[in-house]
Design a protein around this ligand. Structure first.
Ligand SMILES: CC(C)(COP(=O)(O)OP(=O)(O)OC[C@H]1O[C@@H](n2cnc3c(N)ncnc32)[C@H](O)[C@@H]1OP(=O)(O)O)[C@@H](O)C(=O)NCCC(=O)NCCS
Length: 158
C-alpha cells in the first residue's frame, strides 16, 4: 500500500459534493445509485455520510450509512480508482467505527456482491464475516451476501 496523500479532508457530505459523488458512483458500481438518491440521504435523520477530499479538492472517496436500533448499515462506500489500495476506505470505515462507538451500536452490517472480491477482502480485513444471503438483491439479479461486524459491548458508565 502506498502512503495516503497528506492533508486529506474528511467531512460530512454536502449538496456541493453530489455531482462528484454521482460520478464516482458511476465509475464504481455496475448498477449505480442515481444522484437524487444520494441527495435524499444528505441531511436525512440517522444518517452518517462522509467524503474524503484531497488537498486539491478532488473527491477521493465516500461512505453513506444509516443507523438505528443498535445497528449501523453501510449503504455505500467507494474510492476513486486512482486512490485505491492506499488506505482511504480503511480511513472511512474507521469513521464508521467511531460513529458506532458514539451511538453504542452493537453491529455494523452491509450487503456485497459475491463477485466483488476486492470489497469482500476489504471487509474481511476489518473483521466482517458472512452472515446471510439475499437472493436477487441487486437490480441485475445478482444475490447479495450480508456481512456483519459485531462490536464489543460498551463498558458500563461508572
Ligand atoms: C472496495 C474499495 C472501497 C476498497 O477501497 P480502498 O481504499 O482501495 O481500500 P484500502 O486501501 O483501505 O484497503 C484496505 C485493505 O482491504 C483489502 N483490499 C482492498 N482492495 C483490495 C483488492 N482490490 N484486492 C484485495 N484486497 C483488497 C486489503 O486487505 C487492503 O489492505 P492492503 O492494501 O494493505 O493489502 C474500493 O476497491 C472500491 O471503491 N471499489 C468499488 C466500489 C465497491 O465495490 N464498494 C463496496 C461495495 S459493497
Amino acid at each position: 500500500m502506498s502512503a495516503l496523500p497528506a492533508e486529506l479532508t474528511v467531512r460530512d457530505v454536502r449538496n456541493v459534493d453530489l455531482d462528484a459523488v454521482a460520478e464516482l458512483e458511476r465509475l464504481s458500481f455496475p448498477v449505480p445509485w442515481k444522484r437524487e438518491f444520494f441527495a435524499s440521504e444528505v441531511g436525512a435523520p440517522h444518517r452518517f455520510n462522509r467524503v474524503v477530499r484531497t488537498p486539491d479538492g478532488r473527491l477521493a472517496g465516500y461512505v453513506f450509512c444509516a443507523f438505528a436500533g443498535g445497528e449501523v448499515h453501510v449503504n455505500k462506500i467507494a474510492v476513486d480508482p486512482s486512490y485505491r489500495r492506499r488506505g482511504i476506505a480503511h480511513l472511512l470505515m474507521q469513521e464508521v467505527l467511531d460513529l458506532s462507538a458514539r451511538v453504542r451500536a452493537e453491529e455494523i452490517y452491509l450487503e456485497v456482491r459475491p463477485s466483488n472480491d476486492p470489497a469482500r477482502n476489504f471487509y474481511s480485513s476489518l473483521g466482517f464475516r458472512d452472515v446471510g444471503r439475499r437472493p436477487q438483491y441487486y437490480a441485475d439479479g445478482e444475490d447479495a451476501l450480508v456481512m456483519s461486524l459485531f462490536l464489543p459491548a460498551p463498558s458500563p458508565s461508572p
